[in-house]
Write a protein that binds this ligand. Structure first.
Ligand code: DX5
Length: 227
């Protein structure tokens, strides 16, 4: 299903990195030249039962690394923090359709801040619910795990939803990334890519071994499947 045109982007999720050695882990990713983005997962302990990073982590990464910074807000009330993340260097901010704040208001605010806008859906949310917001979007994020923790298993049941999202984006003229996040490794990456994803978020599988090994293996399996 993948349109097969654009290169697959890999986003290194720092949720899977060593919190006491974030700079070391990101340097190892940068040296591979195989992951163009960094994803910063933000959780509020309400929308997802975890707490993670804030705007200052984005600023610190921006200061030291050239990565495109993708901020994924797993929050009930993301509106309050959009400006802070934008000011600190986020290149893209994604909010959840299931959040309590109005998605359209959040998306318009993100774009007015000069940042790319994404909308995410949890595994059980039908992808068609994204459709009314499509013209505001630079990215659609299909979660293949429940929000909250790295290291969960990829939900294969979401594959048809990724294909449906790809069809929806193509019908609307393309021009939007389709990102998949959750349980991505060298086995599941090809499946997600074949289903239509062009951005793959990888956390625990990426940092489980040296990134030069995990990323090379992932790129190889993705290449093979898209040939
Ligand atoms: C879940 C997070 C994770 C993270 C990636 O809330 O969104 O999916 O980005 O971690 P792994 O790759 O371990 O699922």
């Amino acid at each position: 299903m993948n349109t097969g045109t654009e290169k697959i982007i890999i986003a290194a999720s720092i949720l899977g990195a060593d919190p006491l050695n974030l700079e070391r882990d990101l340097k190892a990713v940068q040296e591979t030249g195989q992951a163009e983005w960094v994803q910063v997962d933000v959780m509020d302990g309400l929308f997802a039962a975890n707490l993670s990073f804030g705007p200052d982590t984005v600023a610190a990464i921006k200061k030291k690394f050239p990565f495109f910074i993708d901020v994924h807000l797993m929050m009930e009330r993301p509106k309050n923090v959009l400006e802070a993340f934008a000011r600190k260097g986020a290149d893209l901010i994604t909010v959840h359709l299931e959040a309590k704040d109005n998605p359209e208001e959040c998306l318009r605010l993100i774009k007015n801040l000069g940042v790319k806008a994404g909308l995410a859906v949890k595994p059980k949310t039908p992808i068609k619910e994204i459709f009314p917001f499509l013209e505001l979007l630079d990215l659609v994020l299909v979660m293949t795990v429940e929000p909250g923790f790295a290291g969960q298993g990829f939900l294969e049941s979401c594959l048809p939803k990724i294909e449906e999202a790809r069809r929806m984006i193509q019908k609307a003229g393309g021009g939007r990334w389709l990102e998949v996040d959750g349980g991505i490794n060298d086995q599941t990456a090809p499946k997600a890519a074949r289903a239509g994803a062009d951005v793959l978020v990888c956390g625990s599988a990426l940092f489980r071994e040296p990134p030069k090994i995990t990323l090379a293996r992932m790129r190889e399996t993705i290449q093979k499947t898209l040939k």
